[in-house]
Design a protein around this ligand. Structure first.
Ligand code: TXA
Ligand code: MG
Length: 325
């Protein structure tokens, strides 16, 4: 039976953290909040524990996982850390930035998917930090949704998706960023963006040279996670782009749920409006789940501009909409 514990975000209860950390050390699964989305955690150095993550999510085994750390020094245990990676860690950790580095042999193949590299990140959420510190091991954690579903931004979504397959859920309330971390590959001569996310590319470029955006096809090879349909609500999602709604016959006579910053261009059944692109990112995945519950038949989402968090928003929206277009 899954245990769900409410935890005080800024001051997580030590006895709860101790129990969850013990579960991690014992090879069990613990879902926990990060500043981006909820993660489904296991001991990242224990192959058997990591395999349980794949089973719980229904995740393809060729999609590697991120290892989470409470300090950047600890990364040396699992990866070869170059100067550029150090600079990025010093500048942006803790925070929503994941670095792909050459892996050391201690990292199980279930984590790396046999790629020879490992993704590492230090989350800034106090509950995540406390859990990793007390567990004393790197925690492997994908987003705590069933594979293909929108990532969970609150504990209730974790419970709904994978509640039966996780030992403990730490409920630290809603997450801040709402979208996953930015993933960059820093193994080669240039820095390559593998997944747009919570850390805007513009900020990275304040401290390093240009971040290369790679075409989708090449990206699929380098970052297997971007190969699958993702983040998708169960109902069709249409994009309202530059005043145009493609496939608009799909919405005729349907119950429409609208999300965006501007007012919807036509009458809708339900709307969720956000003040800023950051708010849009924070509320996007929950909006998908809310519309599903309310029996909405088509979602229409405003296409945001590409600045800052907008790049990640565009990525999630276009991949959630992919099958319908
Ligand atoms: O914000 C986040 O990153 C959340 C929280 C829980 O930390 N985690 C998360 O994990 O989004 P996941 O597994 O849902 O996404 C990890 C992404 C996938 O696209 C995966 O393919 C990529 O990172 N990735 C992991 N290891 C990699 C590696 N060695 N090389 C290339 N891509 C890798
Ligand atoms: Mg995910």
């Amino acid at each position: 039976k899954t245990k769900v514990y409410k935890v005080e975000r800024w001051n997580p209860e030590p006895h709860i953290i101790a129990e969850a950390a013990y579960a991690i050390r014992s090879g069990k699964l613990v879902a926990f909040p990060t500043e981006t989305v909820y993660g489904l955690g296991a001991n990242g150095l224990d192959d058997g524990a990591v395999r349980k993550i794949f089973a719980a999510k229904g995740r393809p085994g060729d999609n590697p996982l991120i290892l989470h750390f409470a300090s950047s020094e600890d990364v040396e245990q699992v990866a070869y850390v170059n100067e550029r990676a150090k600079l990025l860690m010093d500048s942006f950790w803790p925070g929503p930035l994941t670095l792909v580095l050459p892996a050391k042999p201690v990292v199980p193949n279930s984590v790396t998917a046999g790629l020879g590299t490992v993704a590492v990140r230090m989350p800034s959420h106090p509950v995540a930090m406390a859990l990793i510190k007390v567990a004393g091991v790197p925690i492997a954690a994908p987003s705590a949704n069933r594979s293909g579903r929108p990532s969970p931004t609150e504990a209730a979504s974790v419970l709904a998706d994978i509640g039966d397959d996780v030992d403990i859920i730490l409920d630290g309330g809603a997450t801040d960023v709402g979208l996953e971390s930015t993933v960059i590959d820093v193994t080669g001569p240039s820095v390559v963006l593998l997944r747009a996310g919570g850390m805007p590319v513009e900020r990275l470029e304040e401290v390093i040279e240009e971040v290369k955006l790679v075409p989708d096809e090449a990206k699929k090879k380098r970052s297997p996670g971007t190969r699958y349909r993702h983040y998708a609500p169960l109902i069709p999602l249409l994009l309202w782009k530059n005043g145009v709604l493609r496939h608009s016959p799909l919405v005729m006579g349907k119950r429409i749920g609208y999300i965006g910053i501007k007012e919807p261009p036509f009458p809708v059944e339900e709307k969720i409006l956000f003040k800023t692109p950051e708010n849009y990112a924070q509320g996007l995945f929950l909006a998908f789940r809310t519309f599903e519950k309310k029996g909405i038949e088509v979602i229409v989402a405003e296409w945001p501009n590409s600045k800052g968090i907008g790049l990640a928003l565009r990525d999630r929206l276009s991949r959630a909409a992919e099958e319908e277009l």
